[in-house]
Write a protein that binds this ligand. Structure first.
Ligand code: MLT
Length: 264
């Protein structure tokens, strides 16, 4: 489905009944990242999964920045008549979730922070992103997917379920160049969310794959320490896209978390 959010087309899935959950994908993904949760949880949650602008079937027009992504999700929820939702973000989706908390707090009933980090980019990371922008511009999305795929998936998945490498690679290489460059610039410019953590007072689930090398478990432990009303779950034998690599384990911890939410 497509919604017009402040003049920009945002594609999304909206299925299931129960507590609304907005699932925000990472970089350079699209809403299909969350397909295992949308299909697995639709009997207990209203699963709303947008393509961030620049990705999937959404408009490729900017501006691209983390706050704009957050505003788009908030506008989409408003358009769908959702007053409050659990906001679940993976990696870059987590950066968007922090922004939603800062800018649209009244909407946020709870947070799921998966394989993400609070800190801003270091100079070294910014330089790597600049190099990836050049790759995107000169060699296209396939080359970006080639560069990203190994870090995206855990060692165990790569060794035991190699078919998933192709599956995730296809998702990454389908990302439009405008979206890739826009998101890289957005992440480079994002603020440090560390001061935000102490302000979070909604129930928060922090999840991380034990083999995540991009946003390692130490980052999740930090989030858990700093967010007072949080719970930490480590998904064994999963890497950066822990929800996609081990959907049953991820859905189990997410279901437990949702069951503890006060929702009628
Ligand atoms: C993601 O999966 O969204 C990216 O790894 C985030 C990042 O590069 O910081």
């Amino acid at each position: 489905m497509i919604a017009l959010c402040d003049g920009v087309e945002i594609a999304y899935d909206d299925v299931g009944t129960g507590i609304p959950v907005a699932f925000i994908h990472g970089f350079p993904h699209n809403r299909s990242l969350w397909a295992p949760q949308v299909s697995g949880l639709l009997d207990r949650a209203r699963c709303i999964a947008p393509d961030l602008r620049g990705f999937g079937d959404s408009s490729r027009s900017g501006p691209f920045n983390i706050d704009q992504y957050a505003d788009d999700v908030a506008t989409l929820l408003g358009t769908l008549g959702v007053e409050r939702a659990v906001v679940a973000g993976l990696s870059m989706g987590g950066y968007v979730a922090f922004s939603m908390w800062r800018r649209h707090r009244a909407i946020v009933r709870g947070l799921v922070l998966a394989d993400t980090r609070a800190g801003a980019d270091s100079d070294e990371t910014r330089a790597k992103r600049q190099a990836l922008i050049e790759v995107a511009r000169t060699r296209g999305s396939g080359a970006v997917a080639d560069a990203q795929i190994t870090g995206m998936i855990g060692k165990t998945t790569r060794e035991k379920r190699s078919g998933m490498i192709d599956e995730v690679h296809r998702m990454l290489e389908s990302a439009p160049g405008e979206g890739i460059v826009g998101a890289l610039e957005a992440m480079m410019a994002r603020p440090d969310s560390t001061p935000t953590l102490a302000t979070i007072d909604v129930p928060t689930l922090v999840v991380v794959g034990s083999e995540d090398v991009l946003t390692p478990p130490s980052e999740a432990e930090f989030l858990h320490r700093e967010i007072r009303n949080s719970r930490l779950e480590v998904i064994d034998h999963a890497g950066h896209v822990s929800n996609y690599e081990r959907p049953a384990a991820f859905n189990h911890v997410l279901s437990e978390y949702l069951a503890g939410m006060d929702y009628t």
